[in-house]
Design a protein around this ligand. Sequence first.
Ligand SMILES: Cc1cc2nc3c(=O)[nH]c(=O)nc-3n(C[C@H](O)[C@H](O)[C@H](O)COP(=O)(O)OP(=O)(O)OC[C@H]3O[C@@H](n4cnc5c(N)ncnc54)[C@H](O)[C@@H]3O)c2cc1C
Length: 390
Amino acid sequence: MQFSEYGLSEEQRALCASVRELCARYPEAYWRELDGQSAYPTDFIRALTEGGYLAAMIPEPYGGMGLGVTEGGLILEEINRSGGNSAPGHAQMYIMGTLLRHGSEAQKEAYLPGIAKGQIRLQAFGVTEPDAGLDTTNISTTAVRRGDRYLVTGRKVFISRVQHSDMMLLLCRTTPKEQRTRRTEGLSVLLVDLQQARGHGLEVRPIETMVNHHTTELTMEEMEVPVENLVGEEGQGFRYILDSMNAERILVASESIGDGRYFIERAVDYANKRNVFGRPIGQNQGVQFPIARAYAAVEAARLMRDRAADMFDHGENPGQEANMAKLLGSEAAWLAGNTCMDVHGGYAYAREFDIERKFRETRLYMTAPVTNNLVLSYLGQTVLGLPRSF
Ligand SMILES: Cc1cc2nc3c(=O)[nH]c(=O)nc-3n(C[C@H](O)[C@H](O)[C@H](O)COP(=O)(O)OP(=O)(O)OC[C@H]3O[C@@H](n4cnc5c(N)ncnc54)[C@H](O)[C@@H]3O)c2cc1C
């Protein structure tokens, strides 16, 4: 079936077609096998890197494609729509939100060309902590300056792809909580060289999850980071990280939309082919209407994603649009996934059908990178001006 490509330029359509072509070399059996072995898609990530796609958002002078989050989103959407999973490679794109806007020229020159060539992997984004949870401004991992180094001590949890990355963008505290004047002040962003840090103050413990996600718990004990790896100004890190968070919400919304389109395509195909009671199951409105409803939800979420991405690429702050895109995208994908499960009856549970794997994978985006409850409280309190609950 055909999905709308309304609003896409010729170049964007060509980009989608070339990603689709690449993904066709990595069919669902590839992802199923990795899922069964909890293995990282090394070949696929290499192919994406060699195709330049993971450097889509890196400006051309540094060796990237010089495209925006709009195109980044289209790439991830196509991967998920093909039956694959973008998560093992998506962080490089959203981390660019902070690095491009707030990194120094020296940092960009030091890292971006290497990232664009695939020599440096910047795939880890360290924010979540066990004792702070979603209350990000309450984190306790602390960086103390000693001469030309920061010594970082603390714990992070659910930090993904650390074992498949050379660098990590880390949010930590540089001003003690009691000394800050505002909740959002006193946090800083550091670029951590993971190869150097591992075994020298950094311990990494893998966490097994219901999805093949390669996430870990980090323990840092006086982990050394050179001061030149501070991104922007000390104490302003929360503001900087929001640029990555907005990009992340837009990109995750795109992955959800790709999942949603995948589920709808699979549901329609099966509902047309499967005959029970002497007719295709899709002839029953009890089967047909949920697919149609999910389709409408996915396409509507896509419009919000397009608006958020467009604003981001024009240098605006799409806080509410990025959050709404993430909320609507993850809910629509979940609805489409649940519907696809229903449509497939018992076969939905058979691994070889891939629906249950995609169903598990898409569920993550209701929770990460931020839960939908927190999106709703942001919309209620910050956008609509309702009383604060925290
Ligand atoms: C597979 C996976 C990969 C991840 N990768 C990364 C990563 O690479 N980097 C990273 O930094 N983090 C990562 N995360 C962490 C993820 O962003 C967090 O799990 C998520 O933000 C929720 O935090 P928490 O688990 O501490 O939930 P909590 O903060 O403990 O919240 C628990 C529940 O309570 C609800 N809740 C809490 N407070 C409120 C409130 N005031 N109002 C309403 N509801 C509330 C939440 O919505 C949630 O449902 C990952 C998580 C997973 C599962």
